[in-house]
Design a binder for this molecule. Structure first.
Ligand code: G16
Length: 525
């Protein structure tokens, strides 16, 4: 192992806390920032190897995401701007958990399995792996995903700078909204809750590129208040209420980002002070309706699918399947699963109910749209639709869910269709629902199947859920171990809020009793 002396020397400066065992999950490594120093060092090494293997630029990200301020995430971004491929997630876990005296073996194993065999690099040259790096400083998670894809397409996807990101997405927004009838300042006005995270800074930086096409009032911009504390997309979605300390006028259109700006949810309060949430399901419905209309107007025969998870509100799935008549798929939680499924269609709209999502266009779809947009013989309606589709492709960050680009797309759709947030909300009515979490001694005792809709272990849990669900009308419930927190998540929906709350509580109790709950028993809401 002489060739690893330098690696070991440097790694000793970033010691792994004794006994700490972390797993690379849907969101990379996620835990208290104090425990991530050795992870950063080791992920730097793994990123170098991944770059060597793929001969491409790889992204390394420290994220804030939806967690409390003291938690951070570390994750790698693959060449096409997508999440790290599963085999390498395993390497990440192995490297992260190797004790210092075993680290050289763990690194060497990756090299032998992934690089030496394929590229016949002689061992004597191992130490000469050099790393060219670009430091982007503070950017949102989706901006880094975008940069990686831009780098690897040599600028074909866009210019690999933050300014390039703003120009691409804002120009597309300006193009799209040219098709909107004159909008008043009120109609252009949007309240944005930046969750005291990076998204707030980036919205401020971007604003002038929008040429006054959007009038943003920014809240929770990081000048005071804690990251994600009583604010942000996760708070709003789970608590089903607006961020604390913001004044919202009745009817006013608002949205919340999460801490690293890869999720977005919309909301407003009505004249009775009632809160209305437009989550990832409503966003997917708005976008897919818009795209389907444009495809019909353009006369383009492209298939379109919406990908959801078990959290998708039952009403949204029914509406998409029965009224919209689009293909609907359900995958496990975690955007990488939805992304993968969405790639199977000409146009794949994927959103988790928590507001994490985007739209993917296949290369063939992009080419067909472009041909039609450039076809001198196509009639005006078709051409207009094709041009709108083209701008839609450009306003979207196709690498990953992106609060900023999703916001621009949603705002553009509302503008082009002359639609208010209330009209959007009225597309269908959500079933009342509730999300809870239960602390157990080891959340891995819960194993699920059928895209997390059924629990296969511990024994008896699914039977208990099934009989509880039968007590309520239009009810559904499932449980799953969180990938980002040490808890089990419980979801329930039913005909009334009281029923959804009661069902969620009863299922929480079943989890607590059958899956090794710790602390106090869950109390009724
Ligand atoms: C991350 C993933 C999301 C996923 C969420 C689930 O979100 O990127 O796709 O929905 O975790 O978290 P859990 O497994 O704890 O329910 P983020 O926004 O934190 O990156």
């Amino acid at each position: 192992m002489a060739e690893f002396q330098e690696v070991l020397k440097q790694s000793a400066l970033h010691p792994k806390p004794a006994g700490l065992c972390l797993q690379y999950g849907t969101a990379g490594f996620r835990t208290n920032a104090k425990q991530l120093d050795h992870i950063m060092f080791r992920m730097g090494m793994l990123a170098t190897l991944r770059s060597k293997k793929t001969q491409a630029t790889i992204g390394v990200m420290v994220t804030a995401s939806h967690n409390p301020e003291e938690d951070n995430g570390v994750k790698l971004v693959d060449p096409m701007g997508e999440m790290l491929t599963p085999a390498w997630e395993d390497y990440a876990t192995q490297l992260a958990n190797a004790e210092q005296d075993d680290l050289a073996r763990a690194v060497k194993e990756v090299i032998q399995k992934e690089i030496l065999l394929n590229q016949r690099i002689v061992e004597s040259k191992l130490e000469t792996f050099t790393l060219m790096y670009l430091y982007y400083g503070l950017v949102t998670t989706p901006q880094l995903h975008y940069m990686v894809w831009c780098q690897n397409t040599k600028g074909k996807y866009g210019e690999a700078t933050v300014e390039g990101y703003y120009r691409k997405h804002c120009q597309a927004y300006v193009q799209l909204t040219k098709n909107a009838s004159n909008r008043t300042d009120d109609q252009k006005h949007l309240c944005v809750d930046g969750a005291n995270g990076i998204g707030a800074l980036k919205v401020r930086e971007m604003e002038h590129h929008l040429q006054k096409g959007l009038q943003i009032s920014l809240f929770n911009d990081g000048s005071k208040g804690k990251l994600n504390h009583q604010c942000g997309a996760d708070f709003v979605k789970v608590q089903q209420k607006p961020p604390a300390d913001i004044e919202i006028n009745p009817g006013e259109r608002c949205c919340s980002f999460d801490g690293d700006a890869d999720r977005i949810v919309y909301y407003y309060t009505d004249s009775d002070g009632r809160f209305h949430l437009l989550d990832g399901d409503k966003i997917a419905t708005l976008i897919s309706t818009f795209l389907k209309e444009l495809l019909t107007q353009a006369g383009l025969d492209l298939n379109i699918a919406v990908v959801q998870t078990a959290y998708a509100n039952g009403s949204s799935t029914l509406y998409l399947e029965n009224t919209m008549k689009v293909i609907v798929k359900c995958t496990k939680t975690g955007v990488k699963h939805l992304h993968h499924e969405a790639q199977k269609f000409d146009i794949g709209v994927y959103f988790e109910a928590n507001g994490h999502g985007t739209v993917l266009f296949s290369q063939a779809a992009v080419e067909k749209i472009q041909q039609l947009a450039e076809d001198a013989n196509s009639d005006d309606t078709k051409k207009r639709a094709a041009l709108l589709l083209q701008s839609t492709v450009n306003v979207i960050n196709q690498t990953v869910g992106d609060a900023i680009s999703d916001m621009l797309l949603i705002e553009a759709i509302l503008a082009v269709r002359g639609m208010t947030v209330q009209q959007w909300d009225a597309m269908y009515t959500d079933l009342p629902n509730r999300q809870l979490k239960v602390k157990v001694s080891d959340r891995r005792v819960i194993d699920t199947t059928d895209a997390e809709r059924r629990a296969v272990s511990p024994a008896g849990l699914q039977d208990a859920i099934d009989s509880l669900v039968k007590k309520y009308r239009q009810a559904r419930s499932f449980v799953r171990p969180s990938g980002t927190e040490d808890v089990v998540r419980v979801y329930a929906e039913a005909e009334t809020q009281e029923s959804a709350d009661a069902l969620a509580h009863e299922v929480s109790l079943a989890v607590y009793r059958l899956a090794g709950g710790v602390g106090d028993e869950p109390k009724p809401l």
